[in-house]
Design a protein. Structure first.
Length: 376
């Protein structure tokens, strides 16, 4: 069986070290430890922690805090499995649910970890489209036509990476109805919840809408803590033992110090402070990003995201592939962005705009020069 590599991460790993201006990842201004450990009490709590083997599925307190944040109540703590980042959570879910020959439907454009991992399990993977002419809304009729009796799973990212749209309740209910028709699982990557640009309301979750939904979350985005490598699965109780068994074969557990810091981050008062911080950065940075795109109206266009630190920018140089444009930006200007091809959509580039304004504006100025050279 041919192995499908993770093109986006290969791209970032190959070119990231030589980029002067990196706008290729999906986070925004990570916090520093001093932003989180901001009292003598919290510092002492960390320093007094034993570096022993932590509980496999996460500490009792952490699972309760995750359940409260993601599922709305600490009563659902038993449904939480803490993982080494959302990457492990998605991998464990795919390895548990998907068998060779299964039919899997993924969202396009979308973050392609599940797409590739399912192919590597021997699944037949198809993509249902988001429609750029309708603001990247999902094509629900196309999904309904695509799903068949042997469809094992429907994979979504909500909020979407890279397009930044948030599914509506009606769209989520329609996806549930389509999945329920054939008994398919829904695997929902929800790591960008909390990054909303135009509202204080947190994006909706598939948890609780369907008894065959597995949801994935993380501290890497809205909480600004990608270096902790801490994520989670929220699973229906019937599936939890099988997910746990796979988890025990991969990492055994997330790191104890990461769990201790996660407990600090997800305490309600700190959680609110971190979310406010992130949204404030995003809203400031989006103003710069949007103005820059608008200043190139003959060359660039974008559907404004509803969430995430990501702008999925359409460039109007149709003779050039997104990889060719992205390679030129890196080679000529030291600017690293992600080609749209890595998300299943050509003639787009994904920019991470949630940067310090000076860094963002310097990168965009370099990008302007090179795009004009390419269009000459």
């Amino acid at each position: 069986m041919t192995f499908t590599p993770f093109e986006l991460l290969e791209w970032q790993g190959r070119l990231g070290a030589t980029a002067t201006h990196s706008l290729a990842d999906s986070g925004c201004r990570p916090i520093r430890l001093r932003d989180l450990v901001d009292s003598e009490q919290s510092l002492n709590r960390l320093l007094d922690s034993e570096l022993s083997y932590p509980p496999t599925c996460g500490t009792t307190r952490l699972r309760a805090l995750i359940a409260q944040w993601h599922a709305g109540s600490a009563d659902h703590a038993s449904e939480v499995i803490v993982t080494a980042g959302a990457a492990e959570a998605n991998t464990v879910a795919v390895e548990t649910l998907i068998r060779p020959g299964d039919h899997v439907v993924t969202m396009s454009p979308g973050y392609r970890q599940v797409w590739g991992a399912a192919r590597n399990q021997g699944a037949v993977v198809e993509e249902f489209p988001l429609d750029p002419q309708r603001g990247w809304r999902p094509d629900i009729p196309a999904l309904a036509d695509m799903v068949r009796p042997d469809t094992r799973a429907i994979s979504v990212t909500n909020p979407n990476n890279p397009a930044g749209i948030i599914l509506t309740d009606e769209e989520m209910d329609a996806i549930v109805s389509i999945a329920d028709r054939v008994g398919a699982w829904i695997l929902s990557d929800e790591v960008h919840r909390g990054t909303e640009l135009r509202t204080e309301a947190v994006s909706p979750t598939f948890r609780g809408r369907y008894d065959r939904a597995v949801c994935v979350g993380s501290l890497s985005k809205a909480f600004g803590m990608p270096g902790l490598r801490l994520g989670w699965l929220i699973t229906p109780p019937v599936l939890a033992p099988r997910l746990r068994q796979r988890h025990e074969y991969t990492t055994v557990s997330a790191a104890g110090p990461a769990m201790a810091l996660a407990e600090l981050a997800l305490a309600p008062a700190t959680r609110t402070r971190l979310l406010d911080r992130y949204r404030g950065f995003l809203r400031e940075s989006w103003t710069h990003m949007h103005q820059w795109v608008a200043s190139h109206d003959q060359l660039l266009s974008v559907v404004p995201p509803q969430a995430t630190s990501l702008a999925f920018v359409r460039y109007h140089l149709d003779e050039l592939t997104s990889t060719e444009v992205a390679e030129a930006l890196h080679a000529r200007g030291g600017v690293l962005v992600a080609p749209g091809a890595h998300f299943g959509t050509e003639h787009h580039l994904r920019f991470t705009y949630g940067q310090e304004p000076a860094h963002l504006l310097a990168a965009l100025e370099k990008t302007s020069h090179i795009l004009k050279e390419l269009s000459a």
